[in-house]
Write a protein that binds this ligand. Sequence first.
Ligand code: ARG
Ligand code: ZN
Length: 254
Amino acid sequence: EATTIYIPVVFHIVLRNPLLVTDAQVQAQIDRLNTDYAGLNGDSTLIPAWFKGVYAKPNIQFRLAQRNANDEPSDGIERVTTSINNFSIDDTRVKYTSLGGADSWDHNRFFNVWITDLSQTYLGYSTFPNYGKAAEDGVVIKYTTLPGNPGVYGLGRTLVHETGHYFNLIHIWGDDTGCNGSDYCADTPEQGNYTSGCLRDSIHIDNCSGVGTKGVMYQNFMDYTDDACMVMFTLDQKARMETCISDDRPSLLT
Ligand code: ARG
Ligand code: ZN
């Protein structure tokens, strides 16, 4: 059995009424992360036979921080009342207490996750490793993406997806609309553009798949499908996340 990696997480809940998000919802979100990053999700039965061989169990696990940045006891959940209705994805105020948000905890020791309200239809966003501004390193998610919320993005998988970016994963279609963009993972098929909704069909060929292939892997956490339809990381994605942790984020483990 491979060694399990444990990542300490702090959730900064920044809302007009931060009590809208309960401790139980935060725990359910941690559980969702742990189940999916262990590869123990029951809905992995949706993976078609031809992709089962690359279904990975990353063995990355997440724990609510038990000490804060000053080494005092903490439950890893911080609530901040803001007067700002919502934030856009380029609005960094959510990451600064002085601007109506919440300061990050030392990004070398904690995985910082801000739960807030986002404008437009944004669900969440993440920094990639080696992001220049340490105070802004981490993930921001809309509070309605936590498990137990209504709608197709209410199962907590936005944070699963964003955490993939935090560990250096790129969208599986390579972030272009042609066939040249890559996610640098050889076991995710060529894919022209993102997939939305929930196909639940069999082989889904797109303009980059090529004849006779098994089509795109719309069941992947790094596509744009509905929460109920994204169910897997691949072996190469697991390896890429592990490389990121050991090369770029090793201090999270100490
Ligand atoms: N659009 C966001 C991103 O690119 C999040 C997509 C999350 N999808 C989901 N089914 N929860 O980071
Ligand atoms: Zn993304």
